[in-house]
Write a protein that binds this ligand. Structure first.
Ligand SMILES: NC(=O)c1ccc[n+]([C@@H]2O[C@H](COP(=O)([O-])OP(=O)(O)OC[C@H]3O[C@@H](n4cnc5c(N)ncnc54)[C@H](OP(=O)(O)O)[C@@H]3O)[C@@H](O)[C@H]2O)c1
Length: 292
């Protein structure tokens, strides 16, 4: 996908009116996707923040109405009235309070979507009126540049039509996988945490180049340029990564020797252990915050 709009499933059909409660890092990325040219929404996007200063950033934004809780205690309730899709993009610990706050003002057929890590649909369904559908989403930070990967899981209250609408919302910021909710922690360990693994790799390659005697500036240029260039090559070529690797790995050559060292270092096992640790931590966090 080269353009954020290429993947929109039903470009002709307008999305229902959207309320976005919380527009920080993740909410801001979703808002940018929804405001991209070619995305049609049935009415202005209502956004809310806690502080007046954050809401002021959207004062002049076309197609957006912003409300701040600091100035208007009814900000969230006002924003959700008449919205077909209500996206909760506040910190996980704040989700249940926010749902309780807005529950009575939700449209009877609203779809509530949480992007919060570790908050189950069941715990949210217990707080909203019958008829309201609940969907859980796990996006990642490349959504900020329209290249996100988002996992979606509908709760028992959400049918395929409602999950389909939420899919179209997240396709404005990248690619979407619909999965069973019990796979959400595993998906999070791969794609939500994944950007951090890649940035860590860049840090390590930069540091290793520095130890070979390169200046910090040159080391960064080599490591960052190589990783972004290789990622772009992977995206644009559509080739299998193993094939792309083979093309830089001549038999008995230098790269082959280096890859062998990485393999001997237990790369595969280390990845398995890292993902297992992320999943275990998600389970701990969910146990501590869930209203189940
Ligand atoms: N960042 C990621 O990589 C990532 C990935 C996947 C999922 N998520 C999820 O996304 C959610 C948000 O994370 P974030 O990193 O975007 O947080 P963030 O940057 O701190 O943004 C939080 C936003 O919520 C607003 N807010 C706080 N309390 C509010 C309330 N009671 N009513 C309305 N708005 C309120 C804040 O307003 P002020 O600016 O005025 O305080 C801010 O706009 C989290 O649940 C996280 O698990 C994040």
């Amino acid at each position: 996908m080269n353009d954020v709009n290429e993947s929109i499933a039903n470009p002709g059909e307008a999305l229902p009116r959207v309320a976005l409660l919380g527009v920080g890092s993740m909410g801001g990325a979703i808002l940018a996707g929804l405001r991209a040219p070619g995305v049609r929404i049935d009415g202005p996007i209502a956004v809310t923040t806690r502080s007046t200063a954050s809401a002021a950033e959207y004062e002049a934004a076309s197609g957006v109405v912003a409300f701040a809780g600091e100035a208007d205690p009814d900000a969230n309730r006002r924003a959700v009235r008449g919205a077909g899709v209500v996206i909760l993009a506040v910190k996980p610990w704040a989700i249940h309070d926010l749902l309780q706050e807005v529950a009575d003002d939700l449209a009877p057929d609203a779809i509530v979507v949480s992007v919060a890590a570790g908050i189950t649909t069941r715990s949210m369904e217990a707080l909203v009126p019958a008829g309201v559908a609940v969907v859980r989403a796990m996006p990642n930070t490349p959504s900020l540049v329209g290249r996100g990967v988002t996992g979606l899981a509908g709760g028992g209250s959400a049918g395929s039509a409602q999950v389909g609408i939420v899919r179209r919302v997240f396709e404005t910021v990248g690619r979407v996988l619909v999965i069973d909710e019990d796979r959400m922690d595993a998906l999070g360990a791969v794609s939500a945490s994944g950007p951090a693994y890649l940035f860590f790799f860049v840090e390590q390659l930069t540091a290793a180049a520095g130890r070979l005697g390169f200046s910090e500036e040159d080391a960064r240029l080599m490591a960052e340029g190589t990783v972004t260039g290789a990622a772009e090559l992977l995206a644009r070529s559509g080739e299998d990564p193993a094939e792309l690797r083979r093309r830089v790995t001549s038999p008995n050559g230098t790269t082959e020797r280096a890859i062998a060292v990485l393999q001997e270092g237990g790369f595969a096992e280390t990845f398995d252990r890292a993902l297992a640790a992320a999943i275990a931590r998600s389970e701990e966090l969910a146990a501590g915050s869930s209203a189940d």
